[in-house]
Every structure is written in structure tokens, then in C-alpha cells.
Design a protein around this ligand. Structure first.
Ligand code: G3P
Length: 218
């Protein structure tokens, strides 16, 4: 499974990338706003330190303007994936940009029907938001199960399921068990994945026993 980091915080991306935990990055207008930086500048910096796709989202809602923004974002770096909303204009922009060889991430997906439309528009990635569905007492992981199952029924569909709005480690484990290709995770959730009390306790015990030997490896 590929891990994308869901943030526009360059320091966080850099430290996680150094640990080999970054296959890509996803941003959105809220995360760019949170970074307090100019979009083109921060996207360029993220693209330079990220091995894989970096999603940068358009903010227009009409086709012509959305396409112009998408083409502009694509010029920032070769690993930019243009992010478009799951609207009619968004799908039309998706078809045009993918036709030009640009990676496109169709975002704000909340139903299997929407995901099928995005695949028909040639999307590179579909981003279903599991946490926001859970927020309204709807089972977000059931949507992932449905989309993965539907996409598997049609081998010509190359769209990857990019699980988004992940709030905790169980979302990731369930997405992996369902066979989703990508998950985008806030840095804090990636760090939660690392944690296990038995790992900490086991390490403490090893180190306590080692200290008793008075030895040092170096
Ligand atoms: O990539 C989408 C994600 O940033 C939204 O997450 O936690 O705001 O629902 P959240």
C-alpha cells in the first residue's frame, strides 16, 4: 500500500520522508491556508522533496477556469497531480487533463456512484473521505469496500483508490485489509501507527538488561 502524507507542512513531510514513509503528498485549500504560505511556492518545495505524486487542488468551480488552473499547477513540477472536486466541471477537467498526460486526483468523493463516474472520466486517483462520513454516522469504510469491489469488477479501470480524511490507525488497517492502493494520512496518524506499548516496554527491558553488562557496542 502506498502512503501519502496529508499536509502542506514541509518540515513534517521531510522528516517522514527521511524514514521512508512517504510515497506522495496530498494537499487541499484548507491545508495550504494552514501552512500560511504561497501555494505555488510550497507545492514546488514539496514536489522537490517527495518521490511520488503531490496533489495540488484547483479552487475554480467552472470548467474553463478549472482547466487553466490545472494546467498552471501542472507546470510547477512533473510530479504534480491536479486535484479536482467531484462535480460535472471537475470530471470534465479530469478527462481533459488526463488526456494531456496529467495525473488527476478526483476529491470530495462520498458515494460509490461518484467513484464510478470518476473512473469513467479517467481519474488517476479517487479520494473517498472516510472520516467525514463517520462524522455523520455513516460507515466510511463501507464506501471503501464498495469502491474496491466495483473497480475490481472492471479490469480496464486503472483508477487507484486513495483513502482520505483518515482520522486514526484503524482507518488505515481496514483500508489495507480491503486492498485500497493508497492511503493519505495526517502526520500525527502516521506517528500513531508506530506506537505500541509492548514495543516500548520490550525496548526498555532490553536496554535495562544491557546497561547491567556495563558494555558498549561502539
Ligand atoms: O485529504 C482530505 C483531508 O484533508 C480531509 O480530512 O480530516 O479534514 O476530513 P479531514
Amino acid at each position: 500500500m502506498k502512503f501519502f502524507v496529508d499536509t502542506a507542512d514541509v518540515a513534517d513531510i521531510r522528516s517522514l520522508a527521511e524514514a521512508g514513509l512517504v510515497d506522495g503528498v496530498t494537499t487541499n485549500p484548507s491545508l495550504i491556508a494552514k501552512s500560511g504560505r504561497k501555494m505555488a511556492e510550497v507545492i514546488a518545495e514539496i514536489c522537490a522533496i517527495t518521490p511520488g505524486p503531490v496533489s495540488a487542488e484547483v479552487t475554480a468551480t467552472e470548467y474553463e477556469q478549472m482547466l487553466a488552473e490545472g494546467r498552471h499547477l501542472r507546470q510547477i513540477a512533473t510530479n504534480v497531480a491536479v486535484k479536482v472536486p467531484l462535480t460535472e466541471a471537475g470530471l470534465r477537467t479530469c478527462r481533459t487533463l488526463t488526456g494531456e498526460g496529467t495525473l488527476v486526483n478526483v476529491t470530495l468523493c462520498f458515494s460509490a456512484a461518484q467513484a464510478l463516474l470518476a473512473a469513467k472520466a479517467g481519474a488517476t486517483f479517487i479520494s473517498p473521505f472516510v472520516g467525514r462520513l463517520d462524522d455523520i454516522a455513516t460507515d466510511g469504510m463501507q464506501l471503501i469496500a464498495d469502491i474496491v469491489k466495483i473497480y475490481r469488477n472492471y479490469p480496464h479501470i486503472k483508477t487507484e483508490v486513495l483513502v482520505a480524511s483518515i482520522r486514526h490507525p484503524i482507518h488505515l488497517v481496514e483500508a489495507a485489509k480491503l486492498g485500497a492502493g493508497v492511503a493519505t494520512l495526517p502526520p500525527a496518524v502516521i506517528r500513531q501507527l508506530l506506537k505500541h506499548p509492548l514495543t516500548d516496554r520490550g525496548l526498555d527491558a532490553f536496554l535495562a538488561d544491557w546497561r547491567k553488562t556495563g558494555q558498549s557496542i561502539l
